[in-house]
Design a protein around this ligand. Structure first.
Ligand code: GLN
Length: 534
């Protein structure tokens, strides 16, 4: 039978609950258990696909085409699993289902209420994922902070769920912050005590407390937390700030967090196999060089907006015994070519990531032109690939008026155009070409050599594509279309094989990289960049 672990947060937001949930998942996976993570988000959006990355960070995409919270990226990277639609639940999606049922008349004249209808729907999302994946452990993280009005139905649903599955089948892990007061030189426990008491007032006694802190928790503070939160001392877990998020599982393991949970759940303890992970952490902590990589995008003020790209670069760095130093370039600042050159002269590689809308596009084109003309290793992702095609069309093919129909509906040469299937799409939410599609790579191409195979599957999130009317003309001028959809109709990868690394994809490789298995396209980029570091 599946055992459930609920993860909540208190005191402040941005505690890194997602990393803690992912790390716990890793510890269970390292013991050979099957694990799935779920994220429950209390906002009313049906999914984060319609939210600005400035507000919510990256939109992560799963194989089955769900647009999800970025925590699913952490879950997949730590536990090396492939998650999907059922793993991210929002209040919006819960209410939508309940209201749809109400409109159909399913409630037979009853009054539809938060309890039981909304809470039942939330519980059914837990059970739905259990039925589909049949995991040994199901880890459910509730977004937001305890005390928020909007997360109350989720907390109530957990309370009911825990009671229904009974003691020994579910545990609550509550994550809090211990602020440090420099004036008194103390880590303060009171906010955590209050947070636990709020959680208790909702009927949930946490079995584990994970405390985020900048320094070691002294014994007296640990005892105080245990006493006031009604916990055994070994259930108070310290989670200190670490250089790398991938160290967190080892820090939790050192404190036997999994064993504490097993004791409560009556699960027989097993020794974890963390050999590979420990080796990885050694590599992460002892880089032999630093590679400077530029990311030229629009949402550069918030690094979470490109979190999977950043992580993928780091993964490829680990494989090269290298630390990655990201240079954020706001593409709007590269509107003149000289400025672009100035910005790029101290980096060993550049990534132009995905995005939407015209802002900063001309700057991205300048960045790509510089990379192409100066043999600076370049990786283009989705919009970055579309920009690479526009740049090549304008500056090499000679189609000066080349553009994407996304930026100029009346472009003289719309080398990037709306996909046919998108022409009649009206609503924004969940209507892009989403999720995993196959791609066939050209034999002997840079991409095929990087992957070591010719048939690949990658995740997508776009409405526009290379306009096939221009494909031959552009290809004749030297840009290699090295990846196409299996029907040969949609350009998936372009490359310039004569350069050290100039590859761009319509898909998003960043969603499938793992810390110990870097994605081939990121690895190719960083391998080429590494050669430039003395
Ligand atoms: N805006 C482009 C499109 O819709 C690229 C999307 C992306 O980069 N994810 O096709």
């Amino acid at each position: 039978m599946t055992k459930y672990i609920f993860i909540t947060g208190g005191v402040v937001s941005s505690l890194g609950k997602g990393i803690i949930a992912a790390s716990l998942g890793k510890l269970l996976r390292a013991r050979g258990f099957s694990v799935i993570n779920q994220k429950f988000d209390p906002y009313i959006n049906v999914d984060p696909g319609t939210m600005s990355p400035f507000q919510h960070g990256e939109v992560f995409v799963t194989d089955d085409g769900a647009e999800t919270d970025l925590d699913l990226g952490h879950y997949e990277r730590f536990t090396d699993t492939s998650l999907g639609k059922l793993n991210n639940v929002t209040s919006g999606s819960v209410y939508q289902r309940v209201i749809d049922k109400e409109r159909r008349g399913d409630y037979l004249g009853g009054t539809v209420q938060v309890i039981p209808h909304i809470t039942n729907e939330i519980k059914s999302r837990i059970v739905g994922a259990t039925k589909q994946f049949k995991p040994d452990f199901q880890l459910i993280e509730i977004g937001g902070t305890i005390g928020d009005i909007e997360s109350l139905p989720f907390i109530e649903a957990i309370r009911q769920f825990k009671a229904e599955v009974g003691i020994g089948n579910a545990v609550s892990v509550h994550c809090t912050l211990l602020p440090y007061l420099p004036t008194s030189g103390e880590l303060k426990t009171k906010p955590s005590q209050h947070s636990v008491s709020v959680l208790r007032s909702y009927g949930i006694q946490p079995e584990i407390l994970v405390c985020r802190t900048t320094r070691a928790i002294p014994k007296t503070e640990r005892e105080k937390l245990a006493l006031f939160c009604s916990l055994p001392k070994d259930a108070v877990i310290e989670c200190r700030d670490m250089k790398s998020i991938y160290e967190v599982p080892l820090a939790l393991e050192e404190q036997n967090m999994a064993d504490v949970i097993f004791k409560i759940l009556g699960v027989k303890s097993k020794a974890p196999d963390l050999k590979g992970w420990i080796k990885l952490i050694e590599k992460i902590k002892n880089p032999k060089k630093t590679i400077r990589v530029a990311i030229a995008g629009k949402y550069t003020k918030l690094s979470d907006a490109y979190i999977s790209v950043v992580e993928s670069l780091k993964h490829a760095g680990y494989a090269n015994d290298a630390a990655i130093d990201i240079k954020w370039i706001n593409s709007e600042e590269c509107l003149d070519e000289k400025r672009a050159k100035e910005m790029l002269k101290d980096v060993q590689a550049v990534v132009v990531p995905g995005g939407f809308g015209i802002r900063g596009i001309e700057g991205k084109l300048n960045v790509i032109k510089y990379a192409r003309e100066n043999n600076l290793p370049f990786l283009g992702l989705c919009l970055g690939m579309q920009c690479a095609v526009i740049e090549y069309a304008r500056n090499v093919v000679g189609l000066k008026g080349a553009n994407s129909a996304e930026f100029d509906e009346n472009a003289q040469y719309p080398v990037i155009d709306l996909m046919l299937e998108q022409k009649n799409v009206q609503a924004y939410g969940g209507t892009m070409r989403l999720g995993a599609y196959d791609c066939i790579l050209k034999k002997g191409s840079v991409a095929a050599r990087a992957y070591g195979k010719e048939k690949i599957s990658e995740r997508h999130r776009h409405r526009y594509e290379v306009n096939n009317e221009y494909l031959k003309q552009i290809a004749d001028a030297g840009l290699v279309f090295s990846g196409m959809s299996p029907d040969g109709m949609l350009a998936e990868v372009v490359e310039l094989p004569k350069l050290d690394w100039f590859v761009a994809s319509q898909f998003h490789p960043e969603f499938k990289s793992r810390p110990d298995k870097p994605h081939p396209l990121f690895k190719g980029l960083i391998d080429a960049a590494a050669k430039r570091v003395k």
